[in-house]
Design a protein around this ligand. Structure first.
Ligand SMILES: C[S@@+](CC[C@H](N)C(=O)[O-])C[C@H]1O[C@@H](n2cnc3c(N)ncnc32)[C@H](O)[C@@H]1O
Length: 234
């Protein structure tokens, strides 16, 4: 089982300290929402965001969106061999059901995430497809009881896709965790990096989070022979 944790996702509501700024007010009016119930987005709030601390790490929900698009609905998901968690910058953890079909349209994804942050779950009633769980990142990593914990990180041990694939378990009953940062710039805090045993780099340049997710997912899928298994049962 592969558990992917998207770390420090740049996914939050507009903070109250910039909610009265003209750029934010105009956007809220256009969307017909309260300013503090809009997802913070560099595209719409870039000027206002210069007033925020650590603004370079924030306001990029599209990174989570594109990462989820590259992870979900893959053969690995369809075989029930993948779990996805979102770790937000305020420490909250969201569990994403692996059979969720998210909107392909970014604006609709934003609406869904706003509902999730407001109510803690989506949909508001019935079986949750995404919901906030009452755990810290440290507890989550501990509770998943993984045999291997891998953090994708620039400056980690240089690793080719072949070496990565060979290092993964072939047995799907062995849980492994991979962490990928879902923020635009800056570094992960030591409190996060220290939770992972193996720190691996997959290219000499900075990669897009969704490319890293895809590389990990397909390396694991190939290692456990998921596509071969799917063909053998038809
Ligand atoms: C765009 S990076 C985030 C921050 C990055 N320090 C920057 O300045 O752009 C998103 C994430 O992708 C992963 N990543 C990016 N480049 C990588 C690489 N060359 N090897 C392994 N993981 C990488 C890391 O998990 C990183 O947190």
């Amino acid at each position: 089982m592969l558990h992917i944790i998207l770390l420090d996702c740049a996914l939050e509501f507009v903070p109250s300290e910039i909610s009265s700024m003209k750029q934010v007010q105009k956007h809220a009016f256009r969307r017909g929402k309260k300013p503090t119930e809009l997802l913070l987005d560099q595209t719409h709030h870039g000027r206002a965001m210069t007033k925020l601390s650590e603004s370079e790490r924030r306001g990029r929900p599209d990174i989570t969106f594109l990462s989820l698009m590259s992870i979900l609905e893959t053969p690995l998901c369809k075989e029930g061999l993948l779990n996805v968690f979102l770790h937000l910058q305020d420490g909250r953890i969201i569990e994403v059901r692996s059979d969720v079909r998210l909107p392909r349209n970014y604006e609709r994804f934003v609406g869904l995430m706003e509902q999730l942050l407001l109510t803690g779950r989506v949909p508001p009633k019935g079986d949750a497809l995404l919901h906030v769980i009452d755990k810290s990142l440290g507890d989550l990593v501990k509770d998943l009881n993984a045999e291997q914990t891998i953090l994708a990180i620039e400056g980690g041990q240089k690793t080719t896709i072949h070496d990565l694939t060979e290092s993964l378990p072939t047995d799907t009953s062995v849980p492994i965790i991979v962490g990928v940062g879902a923020f635009p710039h800056g570094d992960l805090p030591d409190s996060t990096t220290s939770l992972f045993e193996h720190k691996l780099e997959f290219d000499k340049d900075v990669m897009m989070a969704w490319h890293v997710c895809a590389e990990l997912l397909w390396a694991y899928s190939s290692r456990v022979g998921v596509v071969k298994t799917r063909y053998s049962v038809i």
